[in-house]
Design a protein around this ligand. Structure first.
Ligand SMILES: [Mg+2]
Length: 229
């Protein structure tokens, strides 16, 4: 009797343990998340959060620019210096790289086709950081995951919205990929340093923009919209 009682208790314990293993936190509804993203952008909170980060970067750059030889600032482009918001919205936050972009504001809108239009707006706090760094004699390098086929369109877009007189725009060789953006961006920063520059700040919207060293400080601006590995 006692043995059967122990067996029953053990069985109940195992059933309870299995039930616990299968439990998980409730997931947030995807449409609710998308609505939060739109509210985050439209309320101004997104730009305000970016501004808080670029302000910190600016404080450091304005001092450090005068302490090191050949100071440099590295900026990512998409969702750091330029905003792809119309395409993000048209795609309902889906990651669509290929295909045309002819039906705005409706989608779909292939990202490459969108970027070829040179219609991105500047991310204002980053443009402010760009100008402040330049005023302190800092050389500015853009390192972007966009490939060389978008060079003319990207240069036009940057100029049109107020970025001017950067040192170099570094783009991926056409058709190349790496497992992580870090695998392409880290050697690019090492090359800048090998030319004698001191990268005092590296600003990006993805952790993969910033990993890998070769910058005194890194600054991550918010991007809740997509993830680049
Ligand atoms: Mg980016």
């Amino acid at each position: 009797m006692f043995k059967n009682g122990l067996l029953l208790i053990f069985t109940l314990f195992m059933v309870a343990a299995c039930a616990t293993d299968n439990q998980h936190a409730p997931l947030t509804n995807l449409s609710d998340i998308k609505n939060h993203l739109i509210e985050y952008k439209n309320s101004g909170a997104y730009e305000s959060d970016i501004k808080a980060v670029t302000h910190e970067a600016r404080l450091y750059i304005e001092i450090q620019a005068h302490q090191v030889p050949r100071p440099a600032l590295v900026l990512d482009i998409d969702e750091t210096s330029l905003s792809n918001w119309p395409a993000l919205q048209a795609n309902d936050f889906g990651w669509i790289t290929e295909g045309p972009c002819k039906n705005l504001p409706q989608g779909p809108c292939g990202f490459k086709a969108w970027q070829a239009l040179s219609k991105d707006e500047a991310i204002a706090p980053t443009l402010g950081l760009f100008k402040a760094a330049k005023a302190h004699g800092v050389a500015i390098f853009f390192i972007t995951g966009r490939d060389e086929s978008l060079r003319k369109a990207t240069e036009k877009n940057l100029h049109d919205v107020g970025y001017d007189s950067w040192q170099e725009l570094i783009m991926r060789p056409k058709g190349t990929t790496t497992p992580s953006a870090t695998d392409y961006k880290t050697p690019a920063r090492a090359k800048i340093e090998a030319e004698g520059y001191t990268i005092i700040a590296n600003v990006g919207d993805q952790p993969s923009d910033l990993a890998g060293g070769h910058a005194e400080r890194t600054y991550l601006v918010p991007d809740p919209f997509y993830r680049i590995p």
